[in-house]
Design a protein around this ligand. Structure first.
Ligand SMILES: [Zn+2]
Ligand SMILES: [Zn+2]
Length: 134
């Protein structure tokens, strides 16, 4: 969907898309579309959920935000664009970024086992966050 020539880069974002991007960049959390909607509404009270949702898709396609899915949960939006992994708390749902060096042979091994041409490997640590493990 590249019909809006003026919106091809970050500077040309509409104010709605800009607001959505700022909500995500302003939070270390990995927000759901609903969370982003609540945040965007604080900045632009008239914004609709559909506009937020379409903006998220647009920003993701333009590579300005990341999108991740954990199992059956709602998709999360991520301000961090470089490759990274996540830890998720089984109790409260907290998600944190994790810089885990991937061992050199892992992607190759995964490719062998699946007979896929490997793109990337993502790891998710599940357990209890510091607050919940007290
Ligand atoms: Zn927790
Ligand atoms: Zn992340």
């Amino acid at each position: 969907m590249k019909h809006e020539i003026d919106d091809m880069n970050e500077r040309g974002l509409t104010k709605q898309r800009r607001a959505v991007l700022e909500v995500i960049r302003g939070s270390h959390k990995h927000m759901t579309a609903n969370d982003v909607f609540e945040g965007a509404r604080a900045a632009l009270p008239g914004i609709s959920f559909a506009t937020v949702y379409n903006s998220l898709r647009y920003l993701k396609n333009e590579g300005l935000i990341g999108e991740i899915q954990f199992g059956m949960d709602a998709n999360r939006y991520d301000r961090k664009l470089s490759r990274h992994d996540h830890a998720i708390c089984n109790k409260c749902g907290e998600i944190v970024d994790l810089e885990l060096p991937i061992p050199a042979g892992l992607v190759k091994k995964a490719a062998e086992l699946s007979r896929f041409e490997a793109g990337s490997v993502e790891l998710t640590l599940r357990g209890l966050c510091p607050a919940c493990s007290k």
